[in-house]
Design a protein around this ligand. Structure first.
Ligand code: F6P
Length: 342
């Protein structure tokens, strides 16, 4: 059986470890043959394939990015897109099925293609940790470690100058990175998309920390909205899925905090640094296990579903489970962290 592997959507530390896991198990335990598909669904539509052997995946568990490249191409768009064209392209190249590694947009496309008769299996990916079907997604732990390390650094310079430091992390719809990195770094207030706060609620914590002689650290998710704010802050236009490009809310909050408290305040947007570089040990193991189980699922012909982490087990779930509700931060988790604010 010949299987194509693609990575699609925003990249994430651990993508290469998944690819390696699939290819190693698929070629050693089973007699699978693999092709790499370049740049996500773009490579499917354009038939941009190359042989993917054990040789190509050697040493990949620790390597950031994706050797396959990625894009935000919609497989239903363009002259050569759509399920019927894709089935014909795959048949022409003797490809029996596709493993699609991606987030919400990728899995939605995979779900539609599977319903239209294309053999697709999924591996969930998101540093935001916002997919409903899986307890944790690979890339999240690495992002938290990077953000924590950055905040530790912000705290030492903040301490030297007695400044308030505002650290902005990724998290379009959910605040997992902010919650975990903020707790780890001892933030004095954490602002997440699930819990709108007023500027007065934020400055009350900042002032309280400052009056205790601390240099306040405010952690904010890019998708955070102040009370009364309808949309998350965006001044960079739309992405390929017509979603607003987020980033910059910290630059709005910092001068307001300074104006209302009189404390000199600086903003830092961590941005794509959180998605780059080597995956953490945890993410290497999780991504590799997802890859190994994917090889089993492909041999079983379990198309139309994806692997997921439940507790410590890797399970298979239908695409629909990942596409239903977002994996948001429960209020109880936020309140737990809030006991440490101020
Ligand atoms: O979905 C993951 C994510 O990292 C979001 O937090 C962020 O809004 C988005 O990707 C940014 O993606 P890009 O700038 O690569 O299009």
């Amino acid at each position: 059986m010949k299987i194509g592997i693609l990575t699609s959507g925003g990249d994430c530390p651990g993508l290469n470890a998944v690819i390696r896991g699939i290819v190693l198990k698929g070629t050693t335990s089973y007699d699978l043959e693999f092709v790499g598909i370049r740049d996500g669904w773009r490579g499917v539509v354009d038939a941009d394939f190359f042989p993917l052997t054990r040789h190509e995946v050697k040493g990949l568990a620790k390597v950031g990015g994706t050797i396959l490249g990625t894009s935000r191409t919609n497989p239903y768009e363009g002259d050569r897109g759509g399920a019927e064209n894709i089935k014909a392209t795959l048949a022409e190249h003797g490809i029996d099925g596709i493993v699609a590694i991606g987030g919400e947009g990728t899995l939605a496309a995979a779900d539609r293609l599977a319903k239209d008769g294309v053999n697709v299996f999924g591996v969930p990916k998101t540093i935001d940790n916002d997919l409903g079907a899986t307890d944790y997604s690979f890339g999240f732990d690495t992002a938290v470690n990077i953000a924590t390390e950055a905040m530790d650094r912000l705290r030492t310079t903040g301490d030297s100058h007695q400044r308030c430091m505002v650290a902005e992390v990724m998290g379009r719809h959910v605040g997992w990175i902010a919650l975990h990195a903020g707790m780890a770094a001892g933030a004095h207030v954490i602002c997440i998309p699930e819990v709108p706060l007023s500027i007065d609620e934020i400055t009350a914590q900042v002032t309280s920390a400052f009056e205790r002689g601390r240099a306040p650290l405010v952690v904010v998710s890019e998708g955070f909205k102040l009370k009364g704010q309808e949309e998350a802050y965006s001044d960079k236009g739309l992405d390929a899925f017509n979603r607003p490009r987020l980033g910059g809310i910290s630059e709005i909050l910092a001068p307001e905090i300074e104006r209302l408290t009189g404390i000199e305040t600086r903003a830092t947007v961590l941005g794509h640094i959180q998605r780059g570089g080597s995956p953490s040990g945890f993410d290497r193991v999780l991504a590799t296990r997802l890859g190994l189980h994917t090889a089993d699922a492909v041999v079983d012909g379990d198309w139309g579903s994806m692997v997921a982490l439940r507790g410590t087990d890797i399970v298979r779930v239908p695409f629909a489970d990942a596409l239903g509700e977002l994996h948001t931060v429960p209020l109880s988790r936020y309140e737990e962290a809030a006991a440490l604010f101020g």
